[in-house]
Design a binder for this molecule. Structure first.
Ligand code: ZN
Length: 333
């Protein structure tokens, strides 16, 4: 019987550049002669203590990755870090706008990302799927162009489509055309909502974008009617508690809504979002949840089982993940 602290973990909410390990960023920046002054703090972590400094550092870190081979190395490093924290399956958000909209360029970069994912899978057994995301503050027209680019290139591990970026700009319904087109092309849908936006943004993502999962969604806890709806419909939230505390959505973990969401019967999963920016990883997310909310074996088993059910992957991959959980002694088989 495996100790529940060693249960296999699944991560459904992870941004590729946001998960970039600092040593890789330092190495590539040195090779390219890029100025990284201000990116790292004295301890060697990324400088990120609020939403503004997070976005600023994130953009500078992203500039380090400029070639397909950089993306291969990034993908392999991110998935290796996940595997080192017990993650057996990860879904990674890609932002097409950072590459422009040239399908030929996208084909090259995606091939490199696939190669990095292959390398990590061979070395560590971790399985990855990819979710390109529109960037909300770039606007609805760019989202449609991005969707068209994605639909025109080899799909590989891309199984979903989503939206990230500044939730305070534009309305979900503005992005309905891009989401509708992607759904018709067979992509599964998720959207960041209920992080900096309130419960109304979660409702709008469900009603206007027809998503299957909500990225974060934690502020749904402010609306009792919405909690009833989420529970009744079996909607799944990709919660990222460490991220929310780091960006000040909640002052500390004890104030986080995850306990209230679970108590209301809402299905939740746990992910790290942009782990090195938020000084977190899946091991510490679990440790902190245990320490703060006295969560234990039953709850961590539910997180894993819920994540398998909500994963954007093929039925045979899901069956393998279920088998992996079963043989690891995760309750709920
Ligand atoms: Zn996110």
């Amino acid at each position: 019987m495996t100790d529940w602290r060693d249960f296999p973990k699944l991560e459904l909410h992870l941004h590729l550049e946001g998960a970039a390990p600092p040593p890789l960023v330092r190495r590539l920046a040195a090779e390219k002669g890029l100025d990284m002054v201000g990116v790292f703090d004295e301890a060697g972590h990324y400088n990120s203590n609020d939403f503004t400094s997070f976005l600023r550092t994130y953009e500078r870190v992203s500039t380090v990755f400029s070639t397909p081979d950089d993306y291969r190395a990034l993908t392999e490093a991110v998935l290796t870090e996940c595997a080192n924290n017990g993650v057996i399956y990860a879904e990674i958000f890609l932002s097409p706008t950072s590459l422009g909209y040239d399908p030929a360029k996208w084909t090259d970069y995606l091939a490199a990302i696939e190669e990095g994912a292959d390398q990590a899978e061979q070395a560590h057994g971790i399985v990855a799927r990819l979710i390109p995301v529109a960037i909300r503050h770039h606007g609805p027209e760019q989202a449609v162009i991005g969707a068209k680019t994605i639909m025109s290139v080899p799909r590989g591990r891309m199984t979903g489509f989503g939206i990230a970026g500044d939730e305070r700009l534009h309305q979900p319904k503005d992005f309905t055309p891009a989401f509708k087109a992607m759904a018709e092309a067979g992509f599964r849908l998720t959207a960041h909502a209920g992080e900096f936006g309130g419960p109304e943004s979660v409702r709008a993502a469900l009603d206007d974008l027809k998503v299957e999962r909500i990225g974060h969604g934690v502020r749904a806890a402010e609306d009792a009617d919405l909690l009833v709806r989420l529970a009744a419909e079996g909607q799944v939230l990709e919660t990222c508690p460490g991220s929310n505390v780091s960006l000040g959505v909640y002052p500390d973990l004890a104030s986080h809504s995850i306990g209230a969401l679970l108590a209301a019967g809402v299905k939740c999963t746990v992910s790290t979002d942009d782990p090195p920016f938020f000084h977190t990883n899946m091991t510490s997310e679990y440790t902190e949840l245990e320490a703060t909310f006295a969560m234990g074996e039953a709850q961590f088993a539910r997180f894993a089982r819920t994540a398998v059910q909500a994963a954007f992957c093929e039925p045979e991959v899901k069956a393998n993940l279920v088998a992996h959980l079963d043989k690891s002694g995760v309750p709920g088989a």
